[in-house]
Design a protein around this ligand. Structure first.
Ligand code: SF4
Length: 744
């Protein structure tokens, strides 16, 4: 019996935990935390131990499939690529490029191939219509970061290990393990803040698991975070607590914010937020008094009616209290390897502009080139010029994760061409003409990409594949082939390595001409031969490390890092905690932090009208469990075992008022739809608020995920109206949906 041990980073979430994987006779026999991992130091969550099961999952596709007479048939790669090519060309040649769209799912951020090659796919293919899980996630934060700091991903995160006051709003790291915040064991780190005499306040409509690690839970009415935060801004000005400190000369728009916050007194918003005015005042004072404090907001602040205002105000509060770019405050990470996603987009050289074009059916304005993901269903289903006829889905399952899910489910079969790059036949890919599977997480190398851009330290960890498979194309090769098909190349003539070289050489060439880049002024023709010989993501990764802040800069810093250093360090390399970086990352046209971007502040009138609006009787919010990862890990037995977690959480008072009982089923009705779901009565809910988890609903015909089918749950997006959005970012609002419940 041969036993081998492999050290890997878990690719499932932003915590990036180190794993020790034991393999015997080509099978994973054990996965446990890597105690020597420099980043996670022995921390993992229950999902990390399941990589072996997912690798061996009998439902995982190892070969491509094509649909014949309504059934999927396994075919050779040559055959699958030929069908994909013909389908794609059929749409482009008949209806034009605008009839073809791409949908990007969340796992692209966690896969070395996808993270580095969605950019060339988008650029080379010429596809202009894009949708993504981003508009059910962080789009508001992208808008506020773009307008305040000059980059859509220039998002500061909380320096947890040195903070002594943290206000956490709309975030539940107990389940998510951190989001736009990379720090293993976030909850342990929160508990340490209390232990060293600091304070953590969790603001959330639900007493989440995170509250156990905090000092205080402050319940709030869903969708009113922006009103609460604006009232805190009001208190800071009214009580002369504004102190920009080191930011004094680096901020534009302070006077505007002072004027704009005037109507939002604590008394004005208290009833709407369901937070007493005195508590709002105290919260503002606590933040101002903290030597090292920060406000951190996450998905709950984004996926709601005023997502951009709330996201903006999180950073406004951090600026007004002098906590932005200060140790123990809200800081910009300093990744060892930069991400292509972080590079400046030449489209926005003169500043960001939104609403440059509108969606055909609903007239939704584009934001970063995308419409709300719920538009996809109507763009497919509505005939006329510009109707979507083809779709490429890349590691995504919008049939579950997009609001108005019922409409998309009905629309997907109308497509002339649906190509899914996916490892399972799920609720979306079951409608595909061709499914092109990628590798399992254990078959590919790994080094996280953009996730390090909000990590609480500068570290990195390279993982070679545990089960290398050179007989099948990796995702990056699949994406380049799809790009080639869109460009008019046939499967016979496509040259993937040539396309890869084209992209990589173009990247190096552009960066050597970019002001401030590590190789500015160097000759790309001299750099390229010095890069790793093999193409693909590892060549890009090595280049990113070498030209990053700790890299060797191709000879200019001989002691600097290269990928080879990480290959020789199985437990990773840590270069230290976050450092102040505002001057380096700030890219606004003015060169200052824009505290009052007109595009955002123009939305304050809408917020003012929200205050005092007649409240709905019951509001629905979304939730997540630590054993769940959006929609795609419910086929792992150990993660779905035990009691049913897809339940409607209802406060006891609401349960008795609405006549629903614990364990019995309730009918939940919204403007968008109606579902039936088991009830869990719990005082962890605020009265007037009910909660459903997202990512469920595995009961559709045609899916091939046997375990998930046995634990189908119900899709909460059947209740989310597609037109319920944060108007200025186009992000879907899945929190704060008015619903009515009754016994089923
Ligand atoms: S916390 Fe995230 S990275 Fe760590 S083991 Fe769990 S899923 Fe993996």
């Amino acid at each position: 019996m041969s036993e081998t041990t492999h050290y890997r980073t878990c690719p499932l979430c932003e915590a990036m935990c180190g794993l020790e994987v034991t393999v015997e006779n080509d099978r994973v026999t054990r996965i446990r935390p890597d105690d020597d991992d420099v980043w996670s130091k022995g921390y993992i969550c229950p999902k990390g131990t399941t990589l072996g099961y997912m690798h061996e999952d009998p439902d995982r596709l190892r070969a491509p499939v094509v649909k014949r007479d309504g059934e999927f048939v396994e075919v050779s790669w040559d055959e699958a690529l030929r069908v994909a090519h013909d389908k794609i060309r059929g749409v482009i040649d008949t209806h034009g490029m605008d009839a073809l769209a791409i949908y990007y799912g969340n796992p692209i951020a966690h896969n070395i191939s996808l993270a580095k090659y969605v950019a060339p796919l988008t650029a080379m293919s010429g596809i202009t219509v894009g949708y993504s899980a981003g508009t059910v996630d962080q789009w508001p934060k992208n808008v506020s970061a773009a307008l305040m700091f000059g980059g859509m991903w220039t998002i500061p995160t909380v320096d947890l290990d040195r903070a002594d006051f943290v206000m956490m709003i709309g975030a539940n790291p107990h389940a998510s393990q951190g989001s736009l915040l990379a720090a293993p064991d976030v909850c342990g780190r929160l508990r340490e803040i209390g232990r060293r005499g600091g304070k953590v306040v969790v603001v959330d409509p639900r007493r989440t698991g995170t509250v156990k690690y905090a000092d205080e839970w402050l319940p709030i009415r869903p969708g009113t975070d922006a009103a609460l935060l604006m009232a805190m801004v009001n208190v800071l000005f009214e009580e002369n607590l504004v102190s920009l400190a080191h930011l004094e000369a680096k901020v534009n728009g302070l006077d505007d914010v002072e004027k704009l916050c005037k109507p939002f007194t604590p008394e004005f918003v208290a009833a709407t937020c369901a937070v007493p005015a005195d508590r709002i005042r105290l919260l503002a004072r606590e933040l101002a008094a903290a030597e090292r404090g920060a406000v951190y907001g996450r998905i709950g602040t984004c996926n709601q009616e005023f997502g951009t205002l709330a996201s903006w105000l999180v950073d406004v509060l951090n600026v007004l209290t002098g906590n932005l770019d200060r140790e123990g405050g809200s800081m910009f990470a300093n990744p060892i390897a930069w991400s292509i996603t972080m590079l400046p987009n030449p489209e926005y050289t003169d500043g960001f502009e939104f609403g440059r074009w509108k969606s055909r059916v609903r007239g939704a304005p584009e934001v970063f080139g995308q419409f709300p993901v719920s538009c996809m269903a109507e763009e497919i289903a509505t005939p006329g010029k510009g109707q979507l006829k083809g779709l490429l889905t890349i590691a995504g399952n919008p049939a579950i994760s997009a609001p108005d899910a019922g409409k998309l489910h009905d629309a997907l079969p109308m497509l002339d061409c649906l190509i899914s790059v996916d490892n399972w036949i799920n609720e979306t890919s079951t409608h595909a003409d061709v499914i092109l599977p990628g590798m399992s997480a254990l078959e590919i190398p790994h080094y996280d990409d953009i996730i390090w851009s909000w990590a609480v330290g500068s570290a990195g960890n390279y993982s070679p594949p545990v089960f290398p498979d050179t007989d099948r194309p990796q995702e990056w090769q699949i994406l380049l082939m799809l790009a080639g098909f869109c460009m008019g190349q046939s499967p016979d003539e496509i040259d993937v390595d040539g396309l890869d070289d084209l992209f990589f050489h173009g990247l190096v060439d552009a960066l050597t001409q970019m002001p401030g880049f590590a190789l500015e002024g160097r000759d790309a023709r001299e750099i390229i031969p010095e890069c790793r010989e093999e193409g693909g993501p590892l060549r890009i990764l090595d280049f990113q490390i070498r030209t990053g802040p700790f890299g060797d800069h191709f000879g200019a810093k001989p002691d600097g890092l290269t990928l080879a250093d990480f290959e020789a360090a199985p437990h990773g390399i840590h270069m230290g905690p976050m450092i102040p970086r505002l001057a380096e990352v700030l890219k606004t046209p003015s060169g200052k932090v824009e505290l009052a971007p007109p595009y955002i502040t123009a939305d304050l009138g809408r917020l003012q009208k929200r205050v005092g609006r007649k409240e709905s009787d019951l509001l629905l919010v979304s939730r997540r469990h630590v054993r769940s990862n959006n929609s795609w890990m419910h086929n792992v037995p150990s993660l779905v075992s035990g009691r049913d977690r897809c339940t409607l959480l209802v406060h006891p008072d609401d349960a008795s008022r609405c006549g629903v009982r614990d364990g019995a089923k309730a009918e939940v009705r919204s403007e968008a739809g109606v579902i039936v779901v088991p009830v869990e009565v719990s005082d962890e809910m605020t009265p007037g608020v009910v909660s459903l988890p997202h990512g469920w609903g595995h009961d559709r015909p045609g899916i091939r995920v046997a375990v998930a089918r046995e634990h189908p749950g119900v899709n909460n997006n059947l209740l989310a109206p597609g037109t319920f959005v944060d108007e200025i970012s186009g992000n879907q609002a899945v929190n704060g949906i008015p619903v009515v419940i009754r016994a089923a």
